[in-house]
Structure formats: C-alpha cells, structure tokens
Design a protein. Structure first.
Length: 243
C-alpha cells in the first residue's frame, strides 16, 4: 500500500465523517433558512416527477443496502447465506436499483442543464452535486462486471471488512484494499467525498426526512376550546393535527 492509499482509505474517511457531522450541525445552527431542498418544481414539473422518483427510489435502496451489507460482520449471516450468494444478491438488487437511480439523476441533470430558466436559478453546487451523483452511480454499475469475475464473494468480504475496521477505528483497514480494482477504489473515494460536500449542498434536507420519523411516536395533540363550559375535543390524529 502506498502513502496515498493509506491517506485515502485510512485517514480521508474520518475527515469526511467529521465535516459531514459538524458541517451539518453548524449549517443548521447558523443558516436555517438555507436548510431546504430548493425544489425547482414551480419552474417545470414534468421531468422532475420521473427523475426525482426514480432517483430517490434507487438511492434510498442503495444507501440502506450498502449500510447493512458493509457494516454487518460476516459471521452474522454465514450460517444461512454464503458470501458468494450474498454477493450475487447484492449484484442483482444493486444493479437494478443502481440503474433506476442513474436514470433518475440523468433526467434531473438533463433537465437542469437544458432548461434555461432552471439553469439560471441553479447554484453551482446543485449542478456539481448532480454530476458527482451521476458519476458515483455509474461507477457503482461498473463494479458489477468486476464482481462477476470472482463470485466467491472474497472481494466483497474484504470491502465490508474495510468499512467495519474504519468504524471501529482500526489502523490496518487500508491493507484490505491492496488487491482491489481502481473502479472499486474510485467508487469508494467518491462516495466518501459526497459525505464531505453534504453540508454545503441541498443534501442537508435528508436530515429533515429522517427527522419526520419522530412523528410516528409523537403523542396525540389535545385541542381545547376557549369557550367556558365547553368540553375538550377528542385527541386528533397526526394527519388531522397538521391540516
């Protein structure tokens, strides 16, 4: 392993994680009015519906799939599914949803660049983010033919072990990537870089999406009349309380 490999896959992940967390916190504290998705739906909604739905469907599946797949130790699932079978499942499902996400972000990028009004109302970060996501999804799809060359799951296990050593702060993590293809490394580097730029883009609205899950366990809201002698109304449901 070279010094560059040690930096990119041993130190850089922690730089990205720190900026991702602290940057998001500082932006929420100092620039709450910029904490939004900045939707351009009012300018043109046609392509947005298809592009946004395909993109979110694909990316959400890939995010949770990568999180569970990469951070789950091999011994947890080896009793009921082999590493090779797990890799095959990841290739098929990841390829399908990766293609959906790539098509979605392609539509969004074309829409943002081809429509003069939308392009004039776009920030540089909006276009850069879409380009990064387009390349990242394309790289992810490019790893599938490489994975097909070793269906025993050995490389997948090494990549997962790398992620697990990173989150458990073990210094020997970069050594696991010595035999990995540059496509895998580029995919991992760009994925970490997206977390790095996360606090400076519209991606921060993702936090709000996760925050809405709190409404599932929120207690009912009691609405009482100000009129004397009137009894309190019945508790309202979550949907009624926000109408």
């Amino acid at each position: 392993m070279t010094y560059l490999d040690n930096f990119l896959f041993g130190i850089y992940p922690y730089i990205c994680l720190i900026i991702f967390l602290l940057g998001s916190l500082l932006r929420f504290d100092r620039d709450q009015y910029t904490w939004k998705s900045d939707s351009s739906q009012l300018l043109r909604s046609g392509q947005l519906r298809w592009g946004s739905n395909l993109f979110h469907l694909g990316v959400l599946f890939l995010f949770f799939g990568h999180t569970v797949g990469m951070l789950t130790p091999h011994f947890v699932y080896e009793s009921f599914i082999s590493a090779g079978a797990k890799q095959l499942v990841a290739m098929v499902s990841g390829g399908l949803f990766g293609l959906l996400g790539w098509l979605g972000v392609s539509i969004l990028l074309h829409r943002r660049l081809s429509d003069v009004r939308i392009r004039c109302n776009s920030k540089a970060s909006d276009i850069v983010l879409l380009v990064l996501l387009w390349i990242q999804l394309a790289l992810g799809l490019a790893t599938i033919p490489l994975s097909a060359q070793h269906l025993d799951g050995s490389m997948m296990v090494k990549l997962a072990e790398w992620a697990q050593r990173i989150v458990t702060f073990r210094a020997d993590a970069p050594a696991l990537l010595a035999q990995a293809s540059w496509v895998f490394k580029a995919h991992m580097f760009l994925g970490m870089s997206i977390f790095l730029v996360f606090p400076f883009t519209r991606l921060v609205h993702v936090w709000s999406g996760f925050g809405t899950l709190a409404y599932v366990v929120r207690p009912y809201q009691l609405v009482r009349s100000r009129r004397i002698g009137m009894t309190p109304r019945q508790p309202m449901s979550h949907s009624q309380s926000h109408r």
